[in-house]
Write a protein that binds this ligand. Structure first.
Ligand code: ADP
Length: 144
């Protein structure tokens, strides 16, 4: 029985989200677990090359975060879990670092992640999935 499940979602890849739905449903059985959905808005190298910090002060950053949250809320609904059992999170930064950081702070006992984008079939694991598998302190279910 799991208490806290983390599901990182790349909101630009809705196909990957569909792939993980049955696995999340199967592991959230009896609705004992809280399911945390996270999307990370990656840092844009362009900004850093200008010497600017990628932060909330960046123009439109608030709107981008707001749009990402609406999209994530919409995707989370497709999992058909009771609303009190889900929580959505949007942060900025490096996806792998932020996934691992949230896993620690919510005390995740399971992470469910897709292996990679379907069009990039040469890799067994995408870079974020690989880093999560390698560094997470809890079991990781890789869906492919
Ligand atoms: P690829 O390089 O093929 O996209 P990734 O390792 O980046 O492979 O993606 C695999 C999985 O990692 C995604 O399905 C998602 O679960 C997670 N992931 C990737 N990018 C993000 C992101 N920006 N926010 C949240 N999760 C992400």
């Amino acid at each position: 029985m799991y208490n806290s499940i983390l599901v990182p979602i790349d909101i630009s890849e809705t196909e990957l989200t569909h792939q993980v739905i049955p696995f999340v449903q199967a592991h959230a059985v009896m609705n004992t677990a809280k399911v945390h959905f996270l999307t990370v808005i990656p840092s844009v190298p362009y900004y850093s090359s200008l010497g600017l910090a990628y932060s909330l002060e960046m123009p439109k950053m608030k709107e981008i975060q707001h749009a990402a949250l609406s999209k994530l809320d919409e995707l989370a609904k497709q999992f058909k879990l009771p609303s009190e059992k889900i929580q959505t999170h949007v942060v900025t930064g490096s996806p792998k670092d932020q996934i691992l950081k949230l896993a620690d702070s919510i005390n995740a006992d399971l992470i469910i992640i897709s292996s990679h984008r379907p069009d990039i079939s040469t890799y067994l694991l995408g870079s974020n999935a690989a880093a999560v598998v390698r560094h997470a302190r809890c079991p990781v279910l890789v869906v492919r």
